[in-house]
Design a binder for this molecule. Sequence first.
Ligand code: 9MG
Length: 259
Amino acid sequence: MGILNVTPDSFSDGGHFFSVDAAVQHALNMAEEGATIIDIGGESTRPGAAPVSAQEEIDRVLPVIEALRGNLTVTMSIDTRKPEVMRGALAAGVRFINDVTALGTPEALQIAVLARVPVCLMHMAGEPHGMQTNPVYQDVVGEVKAFLAQRIAACVAAGIARDLLIIDPGFGFGKTLQHNLTLLRRLEEFSALGVPLLIGLSRKSMIGTLLGGAAPAQRVVAGAALTMTALSKGATLIRTHDVRATCDVIKMHEALTSC
Ligand code: 9MG
């Protein structure tokens, strides 16, 4: 899953304006490099990020989705927690929902029921603006697993087919470095939930911290190493900025597991 951030700080036209053409080109490049899903998001969920209105988010993502429709041979995903944005994106051709709040509102749940598309349910403790302030768990794996099990049950009860559900422990979303490391070390325990596992570690600050303050662009190799670990512990979908490197890691993992 290649990440396409459609926010004002990405895909500048060289000045102060966002370039739809540059975003489209980036999506096409990621598909060419091997991504089978392009995850399009118009609101940053980084720690401390300010929320944007639904209309603002729609205005950011829809022109890109419309420009990609018909030109992209792989699946478009919408990265949003807002029902209005989900609705607009699905109507424009998106066929995958990535919701960092795990369809946390009845409206989002209902949209997913009707859409019949795959949905990624992610765990997040708190809201992006304050989630890294002081996250506390007694048992991070047990609590994240229990939350995801509850969200799977709620989705199935609402009428979403179980085989459309994907789970994600949400690395960096209301978790300390130690919580993230524990989740990765014990990732195989999520297989007990019986649905595919997606992980997003790409260029995250936990990697920067472990590398002594490396900038995002310097985190690619370490991210690839963590991806290999995640694959060996049962992850089957990887959300990444670095599609070519990630596909190479997946090929190595496939070679090792099919010989
Ligand atoms: C939107 N977004 C940012 N990080 C993410 C992650 O780790 N997983 C998923 N599913 N979405 C994410």
